[in-house]
Design a protein around this ligand. Sequence first.
Ligand code: GTP
Ligand code: MG
Length: 439
Amino acid sequence: MFEVLSEKLGGIFGRLSSKGRLSERDIDEALREVRLALLEADVHFKVVRDFIGKVRERALDTQVLESLTPAQQVVKIVSDELATILGGSPSHLVPDSHPPTIAMLVGLQGSGKTTTAAKLALHLRSSGQRPLLVAADHRRPAAIEQLVTLGRQLDIPVYSEDTSARPASVCLHAIQRSKELATSWVIIDTGGRLHIDEAMMKEAVEIKKELKPSEVLLAVDGMTGQDAVRAAADFHTKVGLTGLILTKMDGDARGGAALSIKAVTGVPIKFIGTGEKMDAFETFHPDRLASRILGMGDMLTLIEKAEKAIDEDTARRLEKKVRHATIDLEDFLEQLHEMQKMGPLSQLVEMIPGLSSMARRAPQVVDEDKLKKTEAIILSMTPDERRTPDIIDGSRRRRIARGSGTTPQDVNQLLNQFRQTQKLVKQMARGRKSWPMLR
Ligand SMILES: Nc1nc2c(ncn2[C@@H]2O[C@H](COP(=O)(O)OP(=O)(O)OP(=O)(O)O)[C@@H](O)[C@H]2O)c(=O)[nH]1
Ligand SMILES: [Mg+2]
């Protein structure tokens, strides 16, 4: 689900994270790419426009730009706004105060109504309800048989009549049966057509009028992108919907339907279908889907960890040093400690979207043994050496290597690395003030 979009966004924010301080231009550049990625995923252009506008406004806030982790804050904003367009908080089924609660499934042909009716019945039964399924699709003779078979498989009762009966009256009879069986839910499967037409709408409206269902749920094929959105808008205007169920979300759905449909129709997504099997059915959680799309399930945890681990004083003192470009090996060591407080590096890197693949390509980034070695080397230096590494000559280098159980080459390598950092800090001091390792 959403792999392509997810990968693209991961790449965009990965690049953003590698920038450290962010300017308005950096943000606009990233948002331009996000916009393209969303449009390519077939998200409705108006939804994209509003979304980008909101993210931009929030991201350009000075509190975000001047925070220790600007890129992560931007990702958090994107995630929040994605969750908002997906509907905000989960939207649940509303049971009738006088059972049985009636839920009616409508949708175009092949959108997954019959499968979804059965899945929904199973879902309700798992939460302690007693459902009755109703076969009110009289367009295809096989439709009744399909539902009866599913009911038998799941051991859930199915009410059906001859195809000559009027669907609305079948439903009324089904309510009677529900009372006899004392079921708490009645789930009605209706007939679909290839295209929205008057006859189909009339039938749905008729059933709705006679039964007054608490829930009118539209099964929409998640793979059909903007077509699904148009169909949903039409159904909502003509029949009136209480919720959407996006089916076939296990396929190569680009995500456009899911990401636009709530914003365009105003109808909440209540469930998603993720496979042909009866248990491939989930309550829809906008925030979780947003995190999933951004590949950042743990990103929020990471931000919290970073905020906790880096104590503000240290951060401020380091910022000052960086601004004056006076960092030394003691700061370097302190920085290592701060990073260690955040937990195993490999685990942290895994949490950052786009970085997990980078970590594989550049193993030295997460080499904890190397970190320990670095620490040992710095600890074997005298305070003078740490403050002025330039005084470290051949004999000092050999002594430090012996003291830390490393080789003079290791010491050299560290000094080179430090000099690079120092150079970077000097560059940053000219225009930026955040500490390189805290990016
Ligand atoms: N992969 C996948 N397939 C699904 C899902 N939901 C339904 N299908 C399949 O989609 C096809 C159509 O599903 P139905 O439930 O028969 O659709 P319908 O809307 O009742 O179709 P009509 O009654 O002909 O209008 C079947 O082959 C289902 O197995 C899903 O979430 N994932
Ligand atoms: Mg059907």
